[in-house]
Design a protein around this ligand. Sequence first.
Ligand code: PEP
Ligand code: MN
Length: 329
Amino acid sequence: MIIRLHTANRSQIQPLLDYVQQHSPYCKWNEVTRTLVAPKLSMDEGLAAFTELGEFIEIDTPYQLASIKAKAETVITIKGESIGGNNFTLMAGPCSVENEEQVFATAALLQQLGIKFIRGGAYKPRTSPYAFMGLGKKGLQILSAAAKAYDLRVVTEIMDLSLLDEVAEHADILQVGSRNMHNFYMLGELGKINKPVLLKRGMQAKVTEWLLAAEYILSGGNANVILCERGIRSFDPETRNVLDIGVIPLIKELSHLPIIADPSHGTGKASRVESLSLAATAAGAHGLLIETHPNPAQALSDSQQALSFESLSALVHQLKASIPTPMSV
Ligand code: PEP
Ligand code: MN
């Protein structure tokens, strides 16, 4: 149950807070939003005595604030560009920031295509410790300089809380990668800041687990979460991952949070990114996160799935022709 109190007057609300605490010991009270989240609590005689104090919303899923019952729609506006609702948002860029030339060439292309968000990893989660790990701080500086020059917003990954201040200084959206979706302590801390978070689905995560990961951020007080379906792991090495198209309409039934798709990690192969982009868009995604590189064969990470600039341009033109809603492109 979510209880939104009309007043913050402590003497008025304390008896209710005490009652809820007794019956739902792990409830969470947010003083700023005057919201009390008490999972598993339902309306009973005891609670009925307090109904005049606020709005009581019964929610029968383990996630509460992420539920569609909590809110009709979340629209997140970043430097004038809105994500969610009727907007369709493209985010594109390299898997990893490699050098200035690469990022500035990409940024120039994005501006030309009308794309407002540049993605790129400066700190990379790599399977092998012998792989390219990203340029770190230098990479963040390159990204934000290119974003400034071409009026873009930066999406980049936060791998570890020790890097939060540094990454947040340069990022407009903090990406939580698939491998970190279960990093609950980090999610909780991201709830305490007011930067939007792009939360990728864990490669083995069930939908409820994913929405509960979002709940960690929301319950900390950060309402700006964007979900990103990036494919789940299957038994078949022929596809890197299986982009779960069906989860897009499902998330829209269950939650008010914007849901975008990452067809690049979702298939792992550049030749299939276009098909999956169109499929995810047709399924109702609020946007796409796509990897591109000026010279895909030379990319230092995820080279197989990076679109060439020509392919990205062709895809964007196709999307523009097929999407009826207002686009951020
Ligand atoms: C990425 O976006 O480059 C990335 C590492 O994604 P994921 O966490 O989905 O593997
Ligand atoms: Mn990648």
